[in-house]
Structure formats: C-alpha cells, structure tokens
Design a protein around this ligand. Structure first.
Ligand code: DON
Length: 335
C-alpha cells in the first residue's frame, strides 16, 4: 500500500514527544492528508460492521503526560476487535511471566492470514504469536478465572484499566459474531486437539468474541496505547496496569506481528509497534512518548485501516517517532 508520505520530511526525535501545540498542528495536517484517501473497503462479514460510515475518521494522540490531542470523529464508538489481543496479551504476560508466555503462546510471525488454520498445522499445533486468532484464543484461555464469568471479568476489567474507563460490550456486534464465528470455534478445537487449550474451547471462543465486541473510540485507543508507551501506567488515570517489562515484551510482539502479514512493511515505513482491528481501529505506540488511536473503517486487503495507516505514517515522520531513525551524534551537542 502507498502510505503517501513521500513529501513528509523524516523528523528525528530520540527524547520527548514535541510540545502540545506542535502535536495539535501536525494532527490537523495528518487528518486532512489521510482524509483525501478513499481506497479500501469497510468489513462486511457481518451486517453491523458493513453499516459503518466509510467516511468516519478520528485521530487522537495521547502523550505520556496525559495530554489528549484529538481531531475528527474521536468519540465515535466501534468494536475493538483484534486490537484487544494486544492488551489481553499484556495482561496475561503480567499474570504468567516472560518465559511462560514465550513458550506457550510464542512471538514469531506466521506470514499467513490472521485466521489461518494452515499456520497451526504447519507448526505442530503451536499458536505462534498472540496476534493471530490461534494465539489470541490460547492467550484468552490462559487468563485467570475458574469460571467463564471470572475469565470474562479478568479480560474486561483489565482492558478497562488500560482505557481508564469501564468498557461495555456492543451486544449487536457480539450477537452477529457469535452466530458466525465457526472458524474461530474450529481453531480453538484444533488447538485443544493438540493439547494447547485446557479450558472448554467454546467458552474460550465466547469470551474472545465478547472481548472483540467491546466498544471503544479513537481516544480510548490512544490512551490504551499511551499506557503501553508509559511503562504500564495509564497517563490519564495514573493507575499502574502492567509492569514496564510487560510493556516492552508486548511492544516487541506488536512490532513483529501487529499488522499480520503486512507487519514488515508497516515497521519499515512507520517504525513503531501497532495493532489493527477489522472494525477500522488502529493503535500505535511510540515508547516513552505517546499512543496514537485512529478510527477509519475502510480496510486494505490484510484488514488494516487505510486512513489510519496513512495518518499514522504522517505522524510518525512529522513528530519524529520512528524508533529506528537517528541523526549522527554531534560531539558537544547539536550545532
Ligand atoms: O476474531 C475475529 O475474526 C474478529 N472478531 C476480529 C478479527 C480482526 O479484527 C482482524 N483484524 N484486522
């Protein structure tokens, strides 16, 4: 995909995010720039997603000081979908520890679609990474809780702490997904056949389906991302949600697999960990600096928001967020 950033100079910023007014100014420009793009298609595998306004477009930057910068439809609610995977993974890492999540869920990109069954078969039933559906189901299955209700409470309460407010399920999205999620049920049962899921796989799929149906807006995604950028402390509420080590691990996983089989291209162009969802949400994390939340429901062929990617690419360049960008060291400081 052409991210349309050829004319945007690569700023380099290895310290703090620029001051608020500079962010506001670049946010307006990034929004205007990406709003010109009408490529891609709204997800239509369930009617409720197909009904989304294709022109809706919200962009929010939440910095680690708790500053919120918003442009466009940042308060339009949509289902979090696959973006939930990143945050449930962080919660599991907190509960389970670095070594065990590495072994049981994995961290390597499959190079295949997010709902691939072939990837499971090719890897002896190993789910490979927590961003594809197999790994996300394995992750949700390992969350604490003896009953289905306790499992769901752990997931919803944890995601709500990232957002800094109580997140609610979109019941229509949940109903439509639950009626059509045969593939996810098959994936969970396949994992069970390999001994990779120890709970009832249909309970796991149900909790996963609910977690994907949680309603968020672009501002929530920015705050959730900013919590991962801020060593695990939500910069708006001040609450510690996960440890700094967990943030580091979760961001490494997002960098490798957050945009599925397009993760390499994304990292090459944007240079930041990110995670997309099929309803049009996109969260991006600039470690130590900020979270970026975007909502625009037209998707590319891999299921990633087109305007969200273009606006984020613009902000990454213009705000100097790319973690791989540097200037040569000048002895004694900048000239
Ligand atoms: O599990 C699923 O298939 C959907 N509820 C979520 C998929 C999704 O968001 C894929 N991302 N782009």
């Amino acid at each position: 995909m052409d991210l349309d950033v050829d004319g945007v100079g690569q700023a380099v910023g290895t310290g703090a995010v620029p001051a608020g007014p500079r962010i506001d100014d670049l946010l307006v420009r990034a929004h205007e720039h990406a709003a010109r793009h009408r490529e891609g298609a709204v997800a239509d595998y369930i009617p409720i997603l197909a009904d989304a306004d294709p022109e809706a477009f919200g962009l929010c930057v939440a910095d680690v000081e708790g500053g919120l910068h918003e442009r466009g439809d940042t308060r339009t609610a949509f289902s979090i979908q696959s973006i939930s995977k990143a945050f449930v993974y962080a919660l599991l890492s907190e509960a389970f520890g670095h070594e065990r999540v590495l072994e049981v869920v994995g961290v390597n990109n499959t190079g295949l679609a997010f709902d691939s069954v072939v990837a499971i078969e090719l890897n002896d039933g190993h789910p490979m990474n927590p961003m594809v559906n197999a790994g996300a189901l394995a992750t949700t299955a390992l969350m604490p809780g003896d009953t289905a209700q306790e499992l769901w409470d752990a997931v919803r309460d944890g995601l709500s702490r990232f957002a800094g407010r109580a997140l609610e399920v979109d019941h229509e999205v949940y109903r439509c997904e639950a009626a059509t999620n045969h593939r996810n049920r098959a994936i969970a049962q396949l994992l069970e056949s390999y001994g990779r899921i120890e709970r009832d796989p249909l309970v796991v799929v149900d909790v996963y389906t609910r977690q994907c149906a949680l309603r968020v807006d672009a501002r929530d995604l920015a705050v959730m991302g900013a919590t991962l950028a801020d060593g695990g402390v939500n910069p708006v509420t001040g609450e510690r949600v996960v440890s700094a080590d967990v943030c580091r691990d979760a961001l490494a996983v997002l960098a490798a697999s957050g945009l599925y089989e397009r993760s390499g291209e994304w990292l090459f162009e944007i240079g930041l960990p990110g995670k997309s969802g099929v309803a049009g949400g996109l969260v991006t994390v600039a470690p130590g600096k900020a979270g970026i939340g975007a909502y625009a429901p037209r998707l590319d062929a891999a299921g990633n928001s087109v305007r969200g990617q273009i606006a984020t690419a613009y902000l990454s360049r213009a705000l100097g967020l790319n973690v791989f960008a540097s200037d040569p060291h000048v002895p004694g400081g900048k000239p």
